[in-house]
Design a protein around this ligand. Structure first.
Ligand code: HEM
Ligand SMILES: *[C@@H]1O[C@H](CO)[C@@H](O)[C@H](O)[C@H]1NC(C)=O
Ligand SMILES: *[C@@H]1O[C@H](CO)[C@@H](O)[C@H](O)[C@H]1NC(C)=O
Ligand SMILES: *[C@@H]1O[C@H](CO)[C@@H](O)[C@H](O)[C@H]1NC(C)=O
Ligand SMILES: *[C@@H]1O[C@H](CO)[C@@H](O)[C@H](O)[C@H]1NC(C)=O
Length: 318
């Protein structure tokens, strides 16, 4: 009798341990070291290369916007299929090795347990924290997908999008206008290549060479770095005045006509979104709270059931 009860207890705890629902304590029993290991590796990556946090935050955004947060952005192209990361909008995606290092260490500590999609979600959070931004508890339990197609990357929002196109792109994924304004604040970190804002500084429209909503001095500086026939492939500009610090400078500059993309400027084109930009420009604390809340939403986008495995190597399906 006692052994029957023990057996039932063991069986039920196995079922509870393999529960599919996401939660902040998902790895509490199976891999308690997961979060400290990932933070340590992101920190090490950042000390060697200060562009790592921006890269990880953007990588997570791309992952979640295509087939949900399923690690699809991490997969390499294979013989038959060109992967998402090799699609046209991949420009500047880098630092995949940081995720690989975390995965290798976690495979030694708790083999086959922590998904690549969860590693990326945690690494993006750590990237924000280590850059001076807010922290939040990341719900975990994502599974890794087996599909990654270069053409899918065209479903990402383009930097030329206006507010209705941005709204559509976000609402398709269950994200609101509030989420759009808060998450665009991710553009407080990192760097952009000329091609991403070229439309605003050369032949903008039939009347203007430069987007008239741009600060003339700011546009002048960008035109010098990015001439019409730009030959320097690496040329571009920092996303804001403090590209390695997670702060609200992006919103302050946006209000001064000093944002890089049409999609940034578009946030000023409705009173609702403009009001939020003003709020975050005035209060870093309000921005941080909104950003953390919206990141939890973005990092919970699911792709509709295709993702079922925990990859052993983030670059290849099992
Ligand atoms: C609202 C729609 C968005 C558009 C149209 C957009 C577009 C872009 C583009 C074109 C770049 C520059 C790529 C290059 O030229 O190198 C970029 C960079 C970046 N984006 Fe976004 N983005 C959007 C939303 C987001 C979100 C939601 C996040 C994260 C929360 C994010 C985080 C970043 C970061 C951190 C960089 C800098 C990357 C680096 O320096 O490596 N973006 N984005
Ligand atoms: C994935 O691609 C990268 C860059 O092309 C390469 O260095 C790496 O060896 C590949 N990894 C696997 C597991 O195929
Ligand atoms: C981006 O895609 C191009 C091909 O379109 C490829 O040559 C390049 O390696 C890709 N970059 C990354 C970081 O995967
Ligand atoms: C590629 O993606 C675009 C935009 O999502 C879509 O219109 C087009 O049909 C796709 N092409 C292929 C070959 O799947
Ligand atoms: C945004 O662009 C689309 C496509 O060009 C257009 O149909 C729409 O009217 C534009 N919306 C605004 C608010 O400009």
């Amino acid at each position: 009798m006692a052994s029957l009860i023990t057996t039932i207890l063991i069986i039920s705890s196995v079922f509870m341990g393999s529960s599919n629902s996401m939660g902040v304590d998902y790895y509490k029993e199976t891999c308690p070291e997961a979060e400290p290991v990932i933070s340590k590796i992101v920190h090490k990556g950042m000390i060697n290369d200060k562009t790592v946090p921006a890269a990880l935050l953007r990588m997570h955004f791309h992952d979640c916007f295509i087939r949900g947060c399923d690690g699809s952005v991490l997969l390499n192209s294979s013989g038959e299929e060109e992967a998402e990361k090799d699609g046209a909008p991949n420009i500047s995606l880098h630092a995949f090795y940081v995720i690989d290092h975390a995965k290798e260490e976690l495979e030694r500590k708790c083999p086959g347990v922590v998904s690549c999609a969860d590693i990326l979600a945690l690494a993006a959070r750590d990237a924000v924290v280590l850059s001076g931004g807010p922290t939040w508890d990341v719900p975990k339990g994502r599974k890794d997908g087996r599909i990654s197609k270069a053409n899918d990357s065209l479903q990402l929002p383009f930097p030329t999008f206006n507010i209705s196109q941005l709204h559509q792109s976000f609402s398709n994924r269950g994200l609101s206008l509030e989420d759009l304004v808060a998450l665009s604040g991710g553009h407080t970190l990192g760097f952009s290549h000329c091609s991403s804002f070229q439309n605003r500084i050369h032949s903008f429209d039939s009347l203007n060479d430069v987007d008239p909503t741009m600060s003339p001095s700011f546009a002048g500086g960008l035109k010098r770095v990015c001439p019409v026939h730009n030959k320097v492939r690496s040329a571009g500009a920092n996303m804001d005045s403090s590209p390695t610090v997670f702060d609200n400078a992006y919103y302050k500059l946006l209000l001064q006509g000093k944002s890089l993309f049409s999609s940034d400027q578009a946030l000023l084109s409705t009173s609702k979104t403009k009001g939020l930009v003003g709020k975050y420009a005035a209060s870093q604390q309000h921005f941080f709270e909104a950003f953390a809340k919206s990141m939890i939403k973005m990092s919970s986008i699911s792709g509709g059931g295709g993702a079922t495995e925990v990859r052993l190597n983030c670059r290849v399906v099992n």
